[in-house]
Design a protein around this ligand. Structure first.
Ligand code: HEM
Length: 181
């Protein structure tokens, strides 16, 4: 994924914080799904999907990572991080991650989708909002966002960065707030 001033132009606009946080997390789930592949499934009968014959007994995996980057599902610069696509007026306004929109399925879809989705979504929103509320974040040694190596790898189960990110938190609340952490 490349960074450019144009890509980053959404940062200069103002949005209400809660819809914007949701849009940022949707965009993160789209480009960087924590589980890049679904749990393997086995076809219990011969069937046809999208013109392909799936013989009984086949093992099937859903490539969640590739679906989130598919230009047919995401025609507007699919490889760019653009949360505004989910905001009011954006091309994908109303698209969510709960398995109802097949272009964005970080928790899978259908009756065997992730059973921990509600907990997972709450935790991701809570932790992200808390660390953003509690600290201003910077990069060390004069690094700029465009210097970050965004390459990813998977251990087969989860997706992770090749180069761990190093970020510097700067407290932004009154000192007593941090005392019992
Ligand atoms: C952000 C957090 C999470 C993400 C992105 C995620 C993603 C997924 C995905 C993609 C699947 C495969 C769905 C499919 O094959 O269609 C899955 C399955 C599953 N997840 Fe999660 N998950 C998350 C959190 C959790 C949590 C917190 C729990 C438990 C407390 C959980 C428990 C499970 C279980 C048990 C399955 C297997 C469901 C089945 O095969 O019927 N997940 N998850």
């Amino acid at each position: 994924m490349t960074w450019s001033a144009e890509t980053d132009s959404w940062k200069n606009r103002t949005y209400p914080i809660w819809p914007y946080l949701q849009a940022v997390l949707k965009e993160t789930f789209r480009l960087h799904p924590p589980g890049p592949l679904s749990v393997p499934r086995m076809a219990v009968a011969d069937c046809e999907v999208g013109g392909y014959l799936i013989p009984k007994g086949s093992n099937l995996l859903l490539n969640i990572w590739a679906i989130g980057r598919d230009p047919e599902a995401w025609p507007d610069k699919p490889l760019e991080f653009r949360p505004d696509r989910f905001l009011p007026g954006g091309r994908h306004e109303g698209v969510e991650v709960r398995g109802n929109h097949f272009g964005l399925v970080p928790f899978g879809a259908g009756r065997r989708m992730c059973v921990g989705m509600n907990l997972g979504l709450r935790m991701v929103h809570l932790v992200t909002a808390t660390i953003l509320h509690s600290f201003d974040w910077g990069l060390p040694n004069g690094l700029q966002p465009c210097d970050l190596d965004m390459e990813e790898n998977s251990n087969g189960l989860t997706l992770h960065r090749v180069e761990p990110i190093l970020a510097c938190p700067l407290p932004r609340l009154a000192p007593h707030v941090y005392q019992n952490l």
